[in-house]
Design a binder for this molecule. Structure first.
Ligand code: IPM
Ligand code: MG
Length: 367
């Protein structure tokens, strides 16, 4: 079996964590007998420096030919003062999502019981850690709705407009992804909206309730987004899968990342069309950013990027056994007390390691 992927390391810590994540990918491909054909391309600030724009056509073309995109991270202070449309985030990430129809963003927000000390949530509230999956709609809502403008009015005042649009079909397909995810987990789904104010949310809630009929085993709950933001901090361990629109998902997934205490551990998947082989085309990236403050030092936590490889194997390449092996090896490395700087506390049993050492430990567990 052979798979084609496009690798986009990007900026900041992207290249260095990508480097070791690809070693892990090579190790599982040898162990589980599949081939990976991969090419590496420019994106983000690295692409701006080299070509003048954050998303060269050549990069898009390479992604179009692949089964999946493995993404590092983009952005950094060097490009922050460019016009918004050509900044790495708005000029590369959003167009990639839209171009490839990556409508379903899966963002795990979990905190293993051995890492609860890193969470800002009172540890007695999460004695066994927690494991929430945020399913965020990624190509609709207020991010992309038209019109979008800033106009000077006749009276001299200035008006900005963003438009929030959701079609029933868009809500239905993201709800199906979320219910399906819940079926593979604890069969509980929380749908987050603002149905007491927004028409979009009224349709959202109605549609989710309709889709629920196809998943009678899943226990469905609804919550307004303000309340959900509060409950997540108060009792993260009581949630299983959460589904919400683009803007609310952006905000809540950052909240979840923060309460999980270890941004460097969290992968993500952005899924698009189902390919001919029945698997999703997808883009896989760490939830954290490019961390320019520690870039180039070889000390970043590579686990988010390595677990992004695992999600890619699972959702886009159909190599579930290899994905399971990576998840188990990363867990074993953490269980053995290895910690990169982001998680190191100096407690008994912890060993401080750098990017390469963490990856080597994971490779050893894989062997
Ligand atoms: C994210 C980011 C992006 C978003 C930005 C960089 C455009 O915050 O992936 O959550 O808002 O979706
Ligand atoms: Mg965000």
């Amino acid at each position: 079996m052979s798979h084609t992927i496009t690798v986009l390391p990007g900026d900041g810590i992207g290249p260095e964590v990508m480097d070791v994540a690809l070693d892990v990918l090579d190790a599982v491909s040898a162990k589980f007998n599949f081939e990976i054909s991969r090419t590496t391309h420019l994106v983000g600030g690295a692409a701006i420096d080299e070509t003048g724009g954050p998303l060269p056509q050549e990069t898009i073309t390479a992604c179009e030919k692949a089964d999946a995109i493995l993404f590092g991270s983009v952005g950094g202070p060097k490009w922050e003062n460019l016009p918004p449309d050509i900044q790495p985030e708005r000029g590369a990430l959003l167009p990639l999502r839209k171009h490839f129809g990556l409508f379903a963003n899966l963002r795990p927000g979990s905190c293993h019981s051995s890492l609860t000390h890193a969470s800002p949530v009172k540890n007695e509230l999460i004695p066994d850690g927690f494991d929430v999956l945020c399913v965020r709609e990624l190509t609709g809502g207020i991010y992309f709705g038209q019109p979008k403008s800033i106009t000077t009015l006749e009276d001299g005042d200035i008006e900005a407009i963003d438009t929030m649009v959701y079609r029933k079909s868009e809500i239905e397909r993201i709800a199906r992804v979320a219910f399906t995810a819940a079926m593979g987990r604890d069969k509980r789904l929380l749908s987050v909206d603002k149905a007491n104010v927004l028409q979009n949310s009224v349709l959202w809630r109605e549609t989710v309730i309709e889709v629920a009929k196809d998943f009678p085993e899943v226990e469905l709950e609804h919550m307004y987004v303000d309340n959900a933001a509060m409950q997540l901090v108060k009792r993260p361990a009581s949630f299983d899968v959460l589904v919400t629109g683009n803007l609310f998902g952006d905000i809540l997934s950052d909240e979840m990342a923060m309460i999980s205490g270890s941004l460097g551990m969290l992968p993500s998947a952005s899924l698009g069309k189902v390919k001919d082989d029945g698997l999703y085309f997808g883009m896989y990236e760490p939830s954290g950013g490019s961390a320019p403050d520690i870039a180039g030092q070889g000390i970043a936590n590579p686990i988010a990027q390595i677990l992004s490889v695992s999600m890619m194997l699972r959702y886009s390449l159909g190599e579930a056994a290899a994905a399971d092996a990576i998840d188990a090896a990363a867990q074993a490395a953490i269980d053995s007390g290895l910690r990169t700087g982001d998680l190191y506390t100096g407690a008994d049993g912890e060993t401080k390691v750098n990017t390469r050492e963490m990856a080597d430990a994971i490779l050893k567990h894989l062997a």
